[in-house]
Ligand binder design. Structure first.
Ligand SMILES: CCC1=C(C)/C(=C/C2=NC(=C\c3[nH]c(/C=C4\NC(=O)[C@H](C)[C@H]4CC)c(C)c3CCC(=O)O)/C(CCC(=O)O)=C2C)NC1=O
Length: 170
């Protein structure tokens, strides 16, 4: 099920049979207050998705050239394009989570069984997490350039992906 910050919170309060208290209402209020900003960022991501995937993977391959060297995990056209397609998945689902103000969609649609898949294919998780974090930094720069000053909320879905995908703490 696709949850947003409000439905996710209501679900939890319903489970314990509670009315929405001050804390719940404050977080619902902040969800609505940040709505326009989250939509603006989703717009920026949408308008620049192809570019973001291309540039962040270029930076990843510059940082870790062994990935595209003979025998590397992104060597051969097939693996290279699988890698870029994966980056595109992470970006697209992160943009959903940003709009929803909730990371459940990432758990349910992206992360489930992902580490096992990568392990069984022999694709390394560490460099992939690095790619996800490069995208995050690029988006934050873009929205700074677009005149938004508080970019902290962009971290959440990307850090969530990074944290849950690997065992490293972000
Ligand atoms: C929407 C949710 C979703 C995700 C996340 C997803 C990931 C995903 N990535 C895969 C493969 C892959 N993923 C990569 C990724 C990389 N190679 C590198 O060098 C880098 C470290 C990294 C890119 C950043 C590669 C190379 C493969 C192909 C591995 C192979 O078949 O040899 C596969 C195996 C099947 C296939 O090739 O399509 C899956 C399922 N699939 C999904 O449906």
């Amino acid at each position: 099920m696709l949850l947003d910050a409000v439905t996710s919170l209501i679900k939890n309060y319903d489970l314990s049979g509670q009315y929405l208290d001050r804390q719940a209402l404050d977080s619902i209020k902040s969800y609505y207050q940040s709505g326009t900003t989250r939509i603006k960022v989703a717009n920026i991501i949408n308008a620049n998705a192809a570019d973001l995937v291309k540039k962040s993977s270029q930076q990843l391959f510059e940082e870790l050239p062994e990935l595209i060297a003979a025998g590397g995990y992104a060597y051969t056209t097939r693996r290279y394009s699988a890698c870029l397609r994966d980056m595109d998945y992470y970006l697209r689902y992160a943009s959903y989570a940003l709009v929803a103000g909730d990371n459940t969609v990432l758990d349910e649609r992206v992360l489930q069984g992902l580490r096992e898949t990568y392990n069984s294919l022999g694709v390394p998780v560490g460099p992939t997490v690095r790619g996800i974090l490069i995208m995050k930094e690029m988006i934050k720069e873009m929205i700074l350039d677009a005149g938004m000053s508080d970019t902290g909320f962009v971290d959440s879905p990307f850090d969530h992906l990074a944290r849950e995908f690997s065992d490293i703490s972000v």
